[in-house]
Ligand binder design. Structure first.
Ligand SMILES: Cc1ncc(COP(=O)(O)O)c(C=O)c1O
Length: 186
């Protein structure tokens, strides 16, 4: 089976990843099972865990450190909601909305700065820094070492969105989709 069957010239993988044939077939099988009620939850749960373990191997972390959810915003929302009211969160001013709105809708002091100034904006008042390793709008690569060092120095929570970076950047760890053949609302 040819794994990928794009229309010739299709290069829009930053917007949504097209599925390999194996993933497409597995999805059709799951939809058929769901439609006809031929299985329980168990196998769907097991396949989710197989995907969790495979992703963990891909990015070099333990499977139990990988959370599975429907979207980046959904997974970040409880993190944002867990911060005490008034906490200061530094975010790049061009950040993708899924890593911006979860902070803005809570009672937090969100400070936005140009991506190149994120590390310098982290100080003793900073409780968290949330940024993309690679900006979806511009392709700008974050100064990860400087941001991590500043966050560690000041004890700030570090939230790195690696959606556009996993597969392309050496120092990536957390979740990804666009270059990993998953559909996305973008
Ligand atoms: C940097 C970044 N974060 C997150 C997402 C997707 O977020 P969500 O899963 O909340 O739709 C995208 C999609 O393009 C993205 O580029």
């Amino acid at each position: 089976m040819r794994l990928w069957e794009p229309e010739p010239g299709w290069l829009n993988s930053a917007s949504y990843g097209i599925p390999p044939g194996t993933a497409f077939e597995a999805l059709q099988d799951a939809l058929a099972e769901w439609r006809h009620g031929v299985t329980g939850w168990d196998e769907w749960d097991r396949s989710t865990n197989r995907a969790r373990e495979a992703f963990a191997r891909l990015v070099g972390v333990a499977g139990e450190d990988v959370a599975v959810g429907a979207s980046a915003a959904q997974l970040l929302a409880p993190v944002a909601a867990s911060l005490p009211a008034g906490s200061r969160v530094v975010v790049p001013d061009i950040e993708q909305t899924s890593n911006l709105f979860p902070w803005l809708v809570n009672d937090l002091d969100v400070v936005t700065v140009p991506p190149a100034e994120v590390a310098g904006a982290i100080d003793g008042r900073t409780d968290a820094v949330a940024f993309s390793l690679v900006q979806s709008a511009t392709g700008e690569v974050a100064a990860i070492d400087e941001v991590v060092a500043a966050a560690r120095e000041h004890g700030a929570l570090l939230v790195a969105d690696a959606t556009q970076a996993v597969g392309g950047c050496r120092s990536t760890r957390p979740g990804s989709l666009c270059w990993r053949c998953r559909p996305t609302s973008g």
